[in-house]
Design a protein around this ligand. Structure first.
Ligand code: DOR
Ligand code: ZN
Length: 349
């Protein structure tokens, strides 16, 4: 029996549980794309300089609120950038603030603006203990940085060498393995205790690594963790539609100007905020699981972060919608995902 095709879809308004908003003119121009569809977002702290203290996060939060378009309702959920100098006291201040919802672990030099990250996890044990005690989640960029490890294996090796142990050492610490990109990552989250969850990007659900090399080098499909082979993409789709509540939406939308990506040493990051929920709808539709989209996009995240679910709704209409070949963001050109092509859904209203 075939199921009827869904052409209109209403969902509880989603949230984005992993987002790069940047600062200044770029912030002003990318924020409306997210605020148009998402009620809240976990905002990444990898600014230059990074958001390391609660005071930094308070100031950044004010800049985000000030950059919101007139009448927009959007709540930035702030994070701190963990360094080897972070003091356990800072964690108490963060928790008390009420607006810091997680602490981000970047292994030093794993990705964009991560040089101030953690080179040796043993040096942050006291901080992780404090986080466990006050119940502040750890958000993990799960890749080793060892140049001897193949770039496509860095997530699996991070889990094996570090994450498995960390979850056992801190059994009450809530941990999000962010932007899971491999079968091993998805399986780790599924097998882990309920304290562990994972986010999935739209681009990792829709693309495999062939997209980086389709007819030539495609810098706009380069992100970190890098796209993986098809079997991994399929495992991620299976995890996304699994319905167990452990996976939720985190776009990792990461704006870089066109010139910084089309370069002899191009930056990592894919911009998806302009059509985030539409792209996820495509991925879930392709898997015949549109009925699972709402749990993934709108329920599982707030449940894990212990925040209320949103109460208003959005509507998606199945309609091929063009994406401009280039957008203007922060006074610069930016090439979004699907540039010059279409997405299969349109956000109504
Ligand atoms: O592709 C990525 N871009 N991955 C990250 O981890 C960071 C991000 C960025 O900030 O541009
Ligand atoms: Zn990110």
């Amino acid at each position: 029996m075939s199921t009827p095709r869904t052409d209109r879809l209403t969902l509880t308004r989603p949230d984005d549980w992993h987002l790069h908003l940047r600062d200044g003119a770029m912030l002003r121009d990318v924020l409306p794309d997210t605020a148009r569809q998402m009620a809240r977002a976990i905002v990444m702290p990898n600014l230059v300089p990074p958001v390391v203290t609660t005071a930094d996060a308070a100031a950044y939060r004010e800049r985000i609120l000030a950059a919101l378009p007139e009448g927009a309702r959007f709540e930035p959920l702030m994070t701190l950038y963990l360094t080897e100098a972070t003091a356990p006291d800072e964690i108490l201040r963060a928790k008390d603030s009420g607006f810091v919802h997680g602490v981000k672990l970047y292994p030093a030099n794993a990705t964009t603006n991560s040089h101030a990250g953690v080179a040796d996890l043993r040096r942050v044990h006291a901080v992780l203990e404090a986080m466990q005690r006050v119940d502040l989640p750890l958000l993990v960029h799960g890749e080793v940085t060892d140049p001897d490890v193949d770039v496509f294996d860095r997530e699996a090796v991070f889990i094996e060498r570090h994450l498995d142990r960390l979850v056992r050492d801190f059994p009450a610490l809530r941990v999000v393995l962010e932007h899971v990109t491999t079968r091993e990552g998805a399986q780790f989250v599924l097998d882990a205790p309920a304290t562990v969850a994972g986010t999935l990007t739209a681009h990792h659900l829709l693309l495999n690594r062939n997209a980086i090399f389709a007819g030539g080098l495609r810098p706009h499909h380069y992100c970190l963790p890098v796209l993986k082979r098809e079997l991994h993409r399929q495992a991620l789709v299976k995890a996304a539609i699994s319905g167990g509540g452990k996976f939720f939406l985190g776009t990792d939308s990461a704006p870089h100007p066109k010139h910084a990506k089309e370069s002899s040493c191009g930056c990592a990051g894919i911009y998806t905020a302009h059509a985030a929920i539409e792209l996820y709808a495509e991925a879930f539709d392709a898997a015949g699981a549109l009925d699972r989209l709402e749990g993934f996009a709108s329920h599982n995240g707030p449940d894990f972060y212990r925040l209320p679910r949103n109460t208003d709704r959005i509507e998606l209409v199945r309609e091929a919608t063009p994406v401009p070949p280039v957008m203007s963001k922060g006074g610069q050109e930016l090439v979004p995902l699907r540039a010059g092509e279409t997405v299969a859904w349109r956000l109504a209203g």
